[in-house]
Design a binder for this molecule. Structure first.
Ligand code: PLP
Length: 386
């Protein structure tokens, strides 16, 4: 198998698995228990918290709260930020957010909130003047992603946070799920920051929310006093240890220049060998591992299936759209023409990809596209007109 779908999820790193193993066998206690076993578990949780804090540059490890996933972190951040400012009913976000933010905002509209969704340009970038204009005295929250899951395009969260502070007293939430472990994180102007373990070689089912010191949020899950009373529920110690180990690994062993070189080799090879291809998203201002390429006039789903038959895993836009034929909202917001958006494939690389993976993919893709192009009604129309 050649796995080029690392923005969907990642393989658990051997170092992470090794760190978790004792907590799935001998160390099975509850970290809230007062006995030695419980205290050992608690120590492991706190060590993991330290690794997470270090990777994202939090000032203090108490600013990290463990959750079950990125979606929970995003939901909690948004709902709790609004609950803590009951008089304010305005939210600013963007048109290209992940469903974990977009669908919450959509629901909030039905609950009486006004949501301003900022546009992006053809490269997927935000217009900061539009952000300035959108901020109001009753803006409770600004919620934007750091890295787009489909195109990898990065939003300048430092500048955005500065504008939010200058122009309003809204809280600033960043969905950092796709960025953590791939690029350095700067939390200087950020109040709330969501991350998810399974995007950086920790297991599925663990996430975290950074809550800046001084920001007080109501709990999302009510119950016991775990996580300093911020998030009830017995801690998922093996997963928490896994997230800590993954953060440590990402901090100590950053091989993103290698991954970027592989991504560029793949991308340039495709653009050179295959006609009617284009990269969606800003060529430089994006994650080093992501390449979203449109194979115009060809159905992306068909490309995915042909690659899958050869053991090559990719996705069409966001994995969440893989069962529908709607164009992805992100590509739609970028004004990518329908025939190109439908033919978009997201290649997302990771630490276990090799030169050979890229060469193999480049050796089979032109043949697949040639075959599908011959069957494409658009392509036949194109040739009939030339
Ligand atoms: N935010 C972004 C940008 C994502 O890409 C994802 C997952 O794909 C999420 C949030 C949700 O994270 P999780 O799958 O951990 O719930």
């Amino acid at each position: 198998m050649i796995y080029l779908d690392n923005n969907a999820t990642t393989r658990v790193a051997p170092e992470v698995f090794e760190a978790m193993q004792p907590y799935l066998t001998d160390f099975f206690g509850n970290p809230s228990s007062a006995h030695t076993l419980g205290r050992t578990m608690k120590q492991a949780v706190e060590q993991a918290r330290e690794h997470v804090a270090k990777l994202i540059g939090a000032d203090d490890m108490s600013e990290i709260t463990f959750t079950s996933c990125g979606s929970e972190s995003d939901n909690w951040a948004i709902r709790a930020a609004l609950a803590s400012q009951p008089g304010k009913k305005h939210i600013v976000t963007t048109r290209v957010e992940h469903e974990a933010v977009r669908n919450v905002c959509r629901q909030l509209e039905t609950e009486g909130y006004e949501v301003t969704s900022l546009d992006v340009n053809a490269s997927g970038e935000l217009n900061l003047d539009a952000l300035r204009d959108a901020l109001r005295a009753d803006t409770a929250l600004v919620s934007v992603m750091l890295a787009n899951n489909e195109t990898g395009v990065l939003f300048p969260i430092n500048d955005i946070g500065e504008i939010v502070r200058e122009r309003s007293d809204a809280l600033f939430h960043v969905d950092g799920v796709q960025a953590v472990g791939k690029i350095p994180i700067d939390l200087m102007n950020v109040d709330l920051f969501a991350l998810s373990g399974h995007k950086l070689h920790a297991p599925q089912g663990i996430g975290a929310l950074y809550i800046r010191k001084g920001v007080s949020l109501p709990s999302f899950i009510i119950g016991g006093a775990q996580e300093h009373g911020r998030r009830a529920g017995t801690s998922a110690v093996p997963n928490i240890v896994g997230l800590g180990a993954a953060c440590k690994l990402a901090h100590e062993d950053d091989d993103h220049s290698r991954i970027r070189a592989l991504r560029d080799r793949l991308e340039n090879g495709i653009l050179q060998q295959i006609p009617n291809t284009r990269v969606n998203g800003h060529p430089e201002n994006r994650l080093p591992n992501t390449s979203n390429i449109s194979f115009e006039y060809i159905e992306g789903q068909n490309i995915l299936l042909h690659l899958d038959q050869l053991g090559i895993c990719v996705s069409t836009g966001s994995a969440c759209h893989s069962t529908t034929h709607e164009s992805s909202p992100t590509l739609h917001a970028m004004n990518i023409p329908y025939t190109a958006a439908q033919g978009s494939i997201r290649f997302s690389l990771g630490r276990y990809n090799t030169d050979e993976d890229i060469e193999t993919t480049l050796s089979v893709l032109p043949g697949i596209i040639e075959k599908l192009a011959a069957m494409s009604p658009y392509d036949q129309e194109l040739h009939a007109n030339t």
